[in-house]
Design a protein around this ligand. Structure first.
Ligand SMILES: [Zn+2]
Length: 309
């Protein structure tokens, strides 16, 4: 069985202001490291465009349209304090959602065993009706809903190990008992949500916040004690990973001290559950990660683990 890697050069055309950490070089270094010989067995496909109807699985139609209409024909337009659109942003965003949908299609039909999308911008801060934190549409949320609507998945688990809490994904699934949202993240940190007491209407939100300075040991303990048993007992039909790599010790936006091997370890733990519960079905979507070397090394460890499943 094989691992699918989805990318499209349109991801480079989402421009951000000079000095902004969420920049095209992020996906350039991922492309470069995945060209290495050890990744030659990857199935490589171009990320297709999503349709507004697919995006509307996770956002109201009026919001879907408002983002499309906000895209400028030249220059940059600010959506919030740290989120802006350039002329290439809309296509990058739509191919990011399209990659998530295609990954779900191929994993759910057994064409590939698992999949990784290396597209940007990220998505987990995008709430039902609000773009924020570099995010416009919530890729992971669309992936989960598409697996349910198009492939009959009853329960989907989303694991978010980005160093920031995925307030958007939590918002979208707050009262949806068919989707488990689990997150490890630094607290306090942007966006401020993600306390362990935030559990959702049906106790299907699982937040395991970590303290600034925490490293491998605290992360692995939180993962094994607070996260994995909940995903296992939820018995998902698909596991979606919001794969941010900004908890790496090199990352400039936060203060956790994970190594790339922690991401490989966490990937293998989720693959073990997926093997027992859902035929190994895992879809992983790039979120954050802002130190180019830490990001590339972490993606390599993550994708290698996916390929060895
Ligand atoms: Zn992040």
């Amino acid at each position: 069985m094989s691992t699918l890697y989805l990318f499209h050069p349109a991801a480079l055309d989402h421009r951000t202001p000079l000095g902004h950490p969420e920049r095209p070089d992020r996906v350039r270094v991922i492309e470069r490291i995945l060209e290495d010989e050890r990744f030659s067995a990857l199935v490589r496909e171009q990320a297709p465009m999503a349709t507004p109807e697919l995006v509307a699985l996770a956002h109201p139609e009026a919001y879907v349209a408002a983002i499309a209409e906000a895209a400028p024909t030249e220059g940059l337009v600010a959506i919030d304090a740290d989120t802006s659109m350039s002329p290439g942003t809309y296509e990058a965003v739509m191919r990011g959602v399209g990659a998530a949908v295609q990954a779900v299609d191929e994993v759910m039909t057994g064409k590939v065993k698992n999949a990784f999308s290396g597209m940007r911008p990220p998505g987990h801060h995008a709430e039902r009706t609000r773009a924020m934190g570099f995010c416009f549409y919530n890729n992971a949320a669309v992936a989960a809903r598409h697996a349910q609507k198009a492939h009959g998945a009853e329960r989907v688990a989303i694991m978010d190990w980005d160093v920031h809490h995925g307030n958007g994904t939590q918002d979208i699934f707050w009262d949806d008992k068919s989707v488990l949202y689990a997150s490890t993240h630094q607290m306090p940190l942007y966006p401020g949500t993600g306390a362990a007491s935030e559990r959702g209407t049906h106790d299907t939100i699982v937040n395991a916040p970590l303290r600034p300075g925490d490293g491998s040991e605290a992360f692995r303990e939180a993962f094994e004690v607070a996260i994995l048993p909940r995903i296992e007992s939820f018995a998902p039909d698909l596991i979606v990973i919001s794969a941010g790599f900004d908890a790496h010790w090199r990352d400039p936006l936060a203060n956790l001290n994970l190594t790339e091997e922690d991401f490989g370890w966490a990937t293998r733990k989720l693959l073990d559950i997926a093997e027992r519960r859902c035929g190994g079905r895992v879809v992983s979507l790039l979120e954050g990660g802002y130190d180019l070397e830490g990001l590339a090394r972490s993606v390599a460890a993550h994708v290698k683990a996916l390929m060895e499943a």
